[in-house]
Design a protein around this ligand. Structure first.
Ligand code: SF4
Length: 411
């Protein structure tokens, strides 16, 4: 019985195996011969991927002659991560972007600045698997930004509208023509006169004598900055100041303004307006509304790594409140992460509901709210204080005078 059972199992395994191989014979054939689209792959392990830029053998680092590695900054978003770019030595083309291990925007942990360069390559290599912990990355967008260098649609000359508004017709013009038209104005679009900067270059005449607060005519010019990739302070502000307008609108005037204003108010620091980030390492519960720490909120890559570390090695539990399911929620960590789907614009109602429950059920920390200043904090030997109690100012409360509600003709 035993023998026939064994034979039966072997028989069925062969049949099942043949069926599996039969279904995937093409894929399997390519995998065995390392072929891709009919061509034999260059390398049995790495396939057709570009070879590595460094060669590490027992902790000794050598550089490939085929590539050059240069430090750079990614302009993919306003995080401006420090990165390293791998350049093909023959063609001069960028072939890969990865993080700079000295930068805390790209790595956690990051290397101290005094670490010799050669050591930085060793730290990120496979030597004793240190590259696993010291991995320094560009995000998925950062990995593709360099494609812009050879993008046929990249705008490299000034474009002037040559059709009606909305017709989407444009023509390339020279920098000289751009400067002339912007400075002098004229009938630039065949739609009547357009004022040039010359007409506004007046720092003496008021825009409106009845409203001197508007300032001189030069203030009619508002310069819109974009992300500050290093030239804004020098180029843009210098131009704004020499022209004489006070109106400059930078990236942070639009992007994240409510967050910045709230944080500046909380920290009482409107001058430097510092960013606040969750303290993942020490946090035990995080409520993230409208943002997803592994996917949004710069520095994205570092936040993602800190989140992942804290939800597995630390005490962190968190809830993400967003209309769409993001990468921040991970089934792998069980009930440590939770996604609360919400209808777009439903967050205010949610927060108001939470506040109501907190007040009605007295689920607030009374003792903490009773520490309104650093003096009280020191006296009570506590670790922090809150100015939340100042939100309710009881001094000088005016009594409601009901005669205010009477119509004027009755008084
Ligand atoms: S977060 Fe990504 S896109 Fe933004 S600067 Fe860093 S690598 Fe570039």
């Amino acid at each position: 019985m035993e023998t026939s059972r064994r034979n039966f199992l072997i028989g069925t395994s062969i049949v099942a195996g043949s069926a599996a191989v039969g279904g995937y014979h093409e894929t399997l054939g390519k995998a065995i011969t390392m072929q891709r689209r009919g061509e034999k792959a260059k390398d049995a392990i790495y396939g057709n991927a570009p070879l590595t830029e460094i060669i590490q053998k027992e902790g000794k680092i050598a550089f490939s002659n085929d590539y050059v590695v240069k430090p750079s900054v990614c302009n993919g978003c306003t995080t401006f991560c420090s990165v390293r770019v791998k350049i093909d030595a023959k063609s001069g083309e960028v072939v890969r972007v990865f993080g700079n291990p000295y930068s805390l925007l790209s790595s956690d942990p990051w290397l101290p600045y005094k670490t010799p360069l050669i050591e930085s390559f060793k730290a990120t290599s496979g030597f004793k698997e240190s590259g696993l912990e010291m991995r320094s990355t560009a995000c998925s967008r950062g990995n593709l930004v360099y494609e812009k260098l050879k993008d046929p649609f990249r705008v490299t000359t000034p474009l002037k509208r040559v059709g009606k508004r909305g017709e989407d017709k444009w023509a390339s013009i020279s920098i000289e023509q751009l400067i002339k038209e912007i400075s002098e104005g004229g009938n630039l679009f065949g739609e009547g006169e357009v004022q040039g900067l010359k007409a506004l270059a007046d720092t003496k005449t008021l825009i409106d004598a009845q409203n001197p607060d508007y300032g001189p005519i030069a203030n009619k010019l508002c310069v819109l900055g974009t992300a500050d990739e290093g030239r804004q302070n020098y180029m843009v502000h210098r131009f704004v100041q020499s022209f004489g307008t006070v109106n400059f609108m930078g990236h942070t005037s639009i992007c994240g303004l409510s967050m910045r204003a709230g944080e500046a108010a909380y920290l009482d620091d409107f001058a430097t307006s510092p960013h606040m980030k969750p303290d993942f390492e020490h946090c035990e519960f995080l409520l993230s509304i409208g943002t997803a720490p592994a996917q949004a909120g710069n520095p994205f890559k570092r936040q993602a790594k800190l989140l992942a570390k804290s939800r597995t090695g630390g005490a962190l539990r968190y809830v993400i409140v967003t209309p769409i399911l993001t990468n921040s929620d991970s089934i792998a960590v069980g009930d440590r992460s939770r996604w609360l789907p919400i209808k777009p614009s439903g967050d205010l109602a949610l927060v108001m509901g939470m506040i109501r429950v907190i007040i009605e059920e007295e689920r607030y920390l009374k003792a903490y709210l009773a520490i309104p200043s650093d003096v009280a904090q020191k006296t009570l030997n506590e670790v922090s204080f809150t100015n939340a109690s100042h939100l309710v100012i009881m001094d000088g409360v005016k009594k409601v005078r009901f005669w205010w509600m009477l119509p004027r003709w009755l008084m």
